[in-house]
Design a protein around this ligand. Structure first.
Ligand code: SAM
Length: 302
């Protein structure tokens, strides 16, 4: 499943299927004792994908699923709160980069008049729109889909769709960066900075210490092999998400934003999960940091 510079995907394929994995994890939250968010649309997406032949994670992955569900729930809540705080701060333009099946335009209490732009590959956004249309679901605010690849000229597509760079924006990149080559990641943030008026905010799930640790990868692969073997599922060709990542040296985004005059704060996944009463575990909780950056009026570049 090698990646290429201009690869594309449908919702059940390659990187597209990772959006389904997240939707599936979010659909599990409804049955937790104290849900961190409410997302009735996640199950709709999963059900529609199953009709298209997609298979949810098999039961032999129960252990990994438990820890990954807690991580996905904490992450979802963190990004939800980012958008709510941005709205409380007066921002009424939002861009969700690599939106996948995130249903925030349909489920968050946006300020009246807010416009949310969602960018992802055309096949992903088409599946999302079709599923919501089939269930007669309307967005909770102004919603604009921008079907474009984030390695292409997405700023042009975004502005053609109505985005106004003179207005402060709340940007989010959740579960995206490992799927982008390092140079595409650098270009992504250059472009975001160029399109950000004073007061803009960025929320990003970025790499923490040891995210790309080779020994960790090897342990994961070995664990999957063993679980498949124990379950007699040796013909199971469930893709390994790590095969879709670009394992490359990455720019430290905390430094990058700070150097450009943004105010930056961050929290690691383990700490965030603890805050939300979810159990993190050394091997299964992704080693990520949630970073928030704000371009204040007092920054040197403003
Ligand atoms: N942010 C969503 C969420 O948390 O529910 C989806 C996360 S999913 C792990 C990764 C998403 O990134 C997929 O929807 C995929 O299509 C999108 N993606 C990855 N690379 C992309 C690219 N080059 N252009 C557009 N979308 C991309």
């Amino acid at each position: 499943m090698a990646r290429t510079d201009d690869d594309s995907w449908d919702i059940t394929e390659s990187v597209g299927a990772t959006a389904l994995g997240v939707a599936w994890a979010r659909s599990q939250e409804a049955s937790s004792q104290c849900p961190l968010f409410t997302d009735p649309f996640a199950k709709m997406f999963v059900d529609a994908a199953v009709v298209r032949g997609w298979q949810p994670p098999p039961p032999y992955m129960a252990e990994q699923i438990r820890s990954i569900s807690g991580y996905a729930a904490a992450r979802t809540k963190w990004f939800d709160e980012f958008f709510i705080a941005a709205g409380a701060g007066g921002i009424d333009q939002a861009v969700v980069l690599a939106a996948g099946l995130d249903a925030r335009p349909w489920r968050l209490p946006w300020n009246s008049g807010t416009t949310v732009y969602e960018i992802d590959q055309p096949g992903v956004l088409e599946f999302k729109a079709e599923t919501l249309r089939a269930n007669d679901i309307k967005p909770a605010t102004n919603y604009v889909a921008v079907p474009v690849d984030l390695r292409q000229d997405w700023p042009k597509a975004l502005q053609q769709a109505g985005f106004d760079p003179s207005e402060p924006t709340a940007w989010a990149a959740e579960g995206l960066l490992p799927y982008l080559p390092a140079d595409a990641q650098d270009l992504l943030f250059e472009r975001i900075a160029n399109l950000s008026a004073t007061g803009s905010r960025v929320a990003v799930e970025t790499f923490g210490e040891g995210f790309f640790d080779e020994e960790l990868f090897a342990r994961h692969r070995e664990e999957m092999r063993r679980l498949r073997e124990e379950a007699g599922a040796t013909n199971d060709d469930a893709p390994d998400v790590m095969d879709l990542w670009y394992v490359e040296e990455r720019t430290d985004l905390s430094e990058w934003f700070t150097d450009r005059g943004w105010q930056v704060s961050g929290v690691g996944a383990g700490e965030l999960m603890k805050r939300y009463n979810r159990e993190a575990d050394e091997d299964h909780t992704p080693r990520v940091v949630y970073l928030e950056a704000t371009l204040t009026a007092h920054s040197p570049d403003s």
